[in-house]
Design a protein around this ligand. Structure first.
Ligand SMILES: C[S@@+](CC[C@H](N)C(=O)[O-])C[C@H]1O[C@@H](n2cnc3c(N)ncnc32)[C@H](O)[C@@H]1O
Length: 194
């Protein structure tokens, strides 16, 4: 277990077992905080890893409640530890499972930094990370498409809710009525990165 700093908080991580949060993801947290007010809200962080995004948002907004999911048991364990250590364990609920499956109900805001690199590519910079935290099947966008499909179907985000995602160090934001445009933007970025 080693420690890293993210968005002004200290997080435990386990190199090789749990994805170490990157500075670029602090912009996602800033975008999420800019998208919400100070009131009570329900937020979902899909693919939480160390819990970096979930814990940083909960630490900055005392009234929000965050549900954070990850399919990795190691990530769930470390994210729970980080939530406790940062004093937000009562408001950050870390659950294990595939994407949105373990998440209860619909949310005001969905945030996600999920694997998006196709398995056919290799990036040396991620050699120390668990491959399933970095690479995704097919063209790499399948997890985000599933997530946006659920949002479009009204299963994950409430009417008036928002989505903030990270892809290739870019932060992409959309209101729930802009999700089709967000899908297009994802495809466009994928084509540019190919
Ligand atoms: C790129 S890491 C990002 C972790 C964290 N969100 C961050 O920004 O530091 C992606 C995370 O998604 C998780 N993940 C991968 N596939 C998943 C799936 N199908 N369902 C839920 N989580 C998944 C991985 O275990 C990993 O923790």
């Amino acid at each position: 277990m080693v420690e890293t700093t993210f968005h002004g908080i200290t997080l435990a991580t386990e190199p090789g077992a749990v994805f170490t949060p990157r500075p670029a993801t602090e912009q996602l947290v800033d975008a999420a905080l800019g998208a919400i007010g100070a009131g009570p809200l329900r937020i979902a962080d899909v693919g939480t890893g160390t819990g970096a995004i979930a814990v940083a948002i909960a630490a900055a907004r005392p009234l929000v409640e965050v549900w954070a999911s990850d399919r990795s048991a190691d990530a769930v364990r470390v994210a729970r530890l980080n939530a406790e250590r940062n004093g937000v364990g009562a408001r950050v609920h870390v659950v294990q499972g595939h994407l949105l499956d373990p998440l209860p109900g619909a949310f005001d805001l969905i945030v996600a930094n999920l694997p998006y690199l196709p398995e056919s590519v290799h990036r040396d910079e991620y050699d120390d990370e668990p491959p399933e935290a970095v690479y995704a099947p097919g063209d790499g966008l399948g997890y985000y498409r599933t997530l946006l499909g659920a949002c479009e179907a009204g299963k994950l985000v409430i009417p008036g809710g928002k989505v903030v995602l990270q892809l290739h160090r870019e932060v992409l934001e959309a209101d729930c009525w802009q999700l089709k445009a967000l899908r297009k933007k994802l495809d466009e970025l994928r084509r540019r990165a190919a």
